[in-house]
Ligand binder design. Structure first.
Ligand code: ADP
Length: 819
């Protein structure tokens, strides 16, 4: 089928497609059109990676817009939202506008009403639906990318419920679900009342094989010799063999650390294949990488990139990742050693793919767990660049003949697993049941169950005859929400309380809200936790188990009695009851939000338990609520992991260098940003909850939030908020005597330039941003500034002591003790 033969598209689009090199549709695309894709027919497309799913989505969206509606494209990862938006923006010349909605969950996104295509994550869409975004009714087409992720324990339920809600609000909406090849695509199509396109077709042939000994053994029975020196490693040998033929290789490994060490080793191979031009270009990229952040990860990445290899994992900053992906697509980088995040969605095809590790450590499983067939196939699917390679090759590695046989059986000949709904898990339902009641989707238990009946879970439960479980978990969740006063029952009628509405609008897990409210109340009364709201994250929630494991808030109250730390144990509680409660400190607030289920806390490594137990007692008076007894092992350890997370946030707000933090906590720069963003959101929510409940901690919360937003001490808040300044430059300006925005508007330009280390362009931009009349630095010479301590690694410690001297705030004096 040629582009001109596709019905229903806006004028000009078919010609545009042809100019892009799309002579005719790929077979699965043509089948989708034949089944009514451009006439509003719902469709599930379950096809291999790189076989043109995006165009299927675009054809559906463009024709929906031509019919006068709007289109929504749901992405699985926030990082993909801007990539997709950029891709869809090429339709702007046909009058189609594109908007991307990331950012704050609570915003209602009214401006999106003017866009034809809206790109957002499922979490964001869920929150827009909760906040009654008015344009939801105008949707004619909803695309769900990577819909097989409904199987994901953490994010799947939101996607599932969101799709069900969109269909309830808008029964006629066209659903287009894109999926990798899965075992039960027909079941998904059935759930969505959609036509099914299921195909194994790929634009470029894929051969899969296993390397063992000195050869790759392919699924078609052929062999390719790739010799490995005795004692040598398989992956570098294969990367070298691919480079002999001018091709690049993606190597998938199972952890960040392995990605980094594998990339370092690969440089020994890739370095030999670089010409002078490539070396120059890579050196420039390495500089860009170092500019992104001042961390060891950044330096390590730059060092491997200079030599033609890179690593790629979720600990990298987003800018790092896109530099690496672009350079690989431009064939400058010869190999990327990646964790599986790269296989999900990012378009980085290569001649060969090596799946080096097929097992991954899984805490809940209690050891190394084999990856799913679906995951391995997605990685393998990245092999072969259409139009550039004759075929793609995906290679697994075996150490012996038995392992080779196992890999063939387990992965190469195997069918991918079926997708299974994870909705009946309690944390998922807690959130979605409250939202469903708060947004008026359901006002009775029966109505709620009826709504839930539209989910994949219900469809699958019906097929297997297990229909009671959803009702049981729903009842347990209703009891929890009622006990915590998030909902009210009046006869059969369920409604959300005002705090329940706030929680739902803020997009909090109700359990997070309960924890926060409890902690803030404890701070307010100068008393220990009431035990009424708060509850430990994992213990007794029956997260994945039968609902009988559920502990109601009431039971907790008693659990906090004899089992908990009695109030006379603690130094904090009784002493303060007569006096004004102390204002919560940043550490106390960071700890509070870190112990909610919405914060993914840091693990306690060996030795950490002692360190943080000590810190816990040292700073106990700052922690909001009662510290659990050391004998309640699970709760106590959770309390300590939250403290470790809180301490990371505090370090960030104390201007500790980024690479010191990555080293101290064993995290990447991307993790610091992730934690900071989550904490910002949770503190924003805490501020609002405090407001709704009339609790007086707002100011302290706002300040703690601002400090992590910029990663600075209090005195820099004003300066660090100027665009282009940031935490390090703010400190340098401050030490040069420029302590506020108004100072910066008036300050001697030579001084500014010196504080910014002679960077003229930067200085001009900053001065323009702060609103200075004449920001130009033409003809200005740098002033001689005394060497400031901000230029040295000890800056934060020295600043800490100066603050301690002025009695600034109690959180800052003990930093030096923490090493
Ligand atoms: P998927 O989403 O299935 O992994 P993509 O949609 O990213 O795959 O498509 C992979 C590549 O194939 C893209 O570069 C796209 O431009 C190209 N492509 C898609 N459809 C066609 C077609 N009919 N003819 C030629 N190239 C196509």
């Amino acid at each position: 089928m040629k582009p001109s033969e596709i019905p229903g598209l806006p004028a000009g689009v078919p010609t545009h497609l042809r100019e892009e090199g799309i002579e005719s549709l790929y077979p699965p695309q043509a089948e989708a059109v034949e089944k009514g894709l451009t006439d509003g027919q719902s469709l599930v497309a379950s096809v291999p990676t790189a076989s043109g799913k995006t165009l299927i989505a675009e054809l559906a969206m463009l024709s929906a817009i031509e019919r006068g509606g709007k289109a929504l494209y749901i992405v699985p990862l926030r990082a993909l939202a801007s990539e997709k938006k950029a891709e869809f923006e090429r339709w702007e010349e046909y009058g189609i506008s594109v908007g991307v909605s990331t950012g704050n969950y609570e915003a209602s996104g009214e401006w999106l009403a003017s866009r034809d295509i809206i790109v957002a994550t499922s979490e964001k869409v869920d929150s827009l639906v909760r906040n009654n975004a008015p344009w939801i009714d105008d949707l004619a087409c909803v695309v769900a990318d990577e819909v097989h992720l409904v199987d994901d324990r953490h994010r799947g339920p939101t996607l599932e419920v969101t799709l069900a809600k969109l269909r309830t609000v808008n029964p006629g909406v066209q659903m287009v679900a894109l999926s990798a090849t899965v075992g039960n695509a027909a079941e998904i199509a059935n759930w969505l009342d959609a036509a099914l396109v299921q195909s194994e077709w790929r634009p470029i042939d894929l051969r899969m094989g296993v390397h063992f000994g000195n050869a790759i053994n392919f699924d078609d029975g052929s062999q390719t010799e790739v010799a490995v020196e005795s004692g040598g490693r398989q992956a570098p040998a294969i990367v070298g063999d691919t480079l002999d033929d001018g091709g690049s290789t993606l190597v998938f490994v199972n952890s960040r650390r392995n990605a980094e060490s594998a990339a370092r080793r690969m440089t020994e191979v890739t370095d030999r294949y670089l010409d002078d031009d490539e070396r120059d270009a890579l050196a420039a990229l390495a500089d860009d990488i170092r500019d992104v952040s001042d961390t060891e990860t950044s330096d390590d990445l730059a060092a491997t990139v200079e030599r033609g290899a890179a690593f790629h994992h979720a600990g990298l900053a987003a800018e790092h990742r896109s530099i690496v992906e672009d350079a690989f697509r431009d064939r400058l980088l010869k190999t990327i050693c990646a964790t599986p995040t790269l296989a999900a969605g990012v378009n980085t095809p290569s001649r060969r793919v090596i799946v080096r590790d097929w097992r991954r450590y899984d805490g809940e499983f209690g050891g190394m767990k084999p990856l799913d067939v679906l995951e391995i196939h997605q990685m393998c699917g990245r092999a072969g660049r259409p139009g550039l390679d004759p075929y793609g090759e995906a290679v697994l590695l075996a150490k012996n003949a038995d392992e080779m046989d196992e890999l063939f059986d387990r992965y190469i000949w195997a069918e991918p697993e079926p997708v299974r709904s994870k909705l009946a898990a309690e944390p998922a339902l807690r959130t979605h049941v409250l939202a469903t009641i708060a947004s008026g989707f359901a006002t009775t238990r029966e109505g709620l169950l009826e709504f839930l009946d539209g989910t994949l879970y219900a469809a699958q439960a019906e097929a297997s005859g297990a229909t009671d479980r959803l009702a049981q978990v729903t009842d347990a969740v209703l009891a929890y929400l009622d006990a915590n006063e998030f909902i009210e029952r009046d006869g059969d009628t369920l409604s959300a309380t005002s705090i329940g509405h706030t929680v739902s609008r803020l997009y909090l897990d109700p359990m997070s809200a309960a924890e926060i409210i409890d902690g803030l109340r404890a701070a307010e009364s100068g008393d220990g936790a009431t035990g009424r709201y708060g509850r430990s994250k994992g213990a007794g929630t029956g997260q994945e188990s039968e609902p009988t494991g559920f502990v109601s808030a009431g039971e907790l109250r008693s659990a906090n009695g004899p089992g908990g730390r009695s109030e006379t144990d603690g130094p904090s509680a009784e002493d303060e009851t007569d006096t004004e409660p102390a204002k919560p400190t940043p550490l106390g607030l960071y700890h509070l939000v870190s112990r909610t289920p919405d914060m993914y806390e840091l693990y306690l490594k060996s030795g950490d338990k002692e360190t943080y137990t000590e810190l816990c007692y040292e700073r106990e008076s700052e922690l909001l609520g009662l510290t659990p007894s050391e004998f309640e092992e699970v709760r106590f350890e959770e309390w300590l992991s939250a403290l470790k997370t809180a301490k990371l946030l505090e370090d960030w707000a104390l201007e500790v260098d980024e690479d010191r933090i990555t080293e101290r906590y064993g995290v990447g720069p991307g993790d610091i940003r992730g934690k900071v963003e989550t904490a910002e959101w949770l503190l924003g929510a805490a501020e609002e909850l405090a407001g709704t409940l009339g609790l007086g901690s707002n100011v302290a919360i706002r300040e703690a939030k601002k400090r992590i937003e910029y990663g600075v001490r209090e005195e820099l808040l004003d300066l660090a908020g100027v665009r282009g300044v940031g935490r390090k430059r703010a400190r340098r300006l401050y030490e040069a005597g420029i302590t506020s925005r108004s100072n910066l508007r008036e300050a001697n330009k030579r001084r500014v330039l010196a504080a910014l280390r002679g960077r003229r362009k930067t200085a001009e931009k900053i001065l323009a941003n702060v609103g200075r009349q004449d920001p130009s630095m033409d003809g200005i010479r740098e002033a001689e500034l005394p060497e400031t301590s901000a230029d040295t690694a000890t800056s934060t410690e020295s600043a800490a002591s100066s603050d301690a001297a002025t009695g600034d705030s109690p959180d800052q004096s003990s930093l030096g003790d923490f090493e």
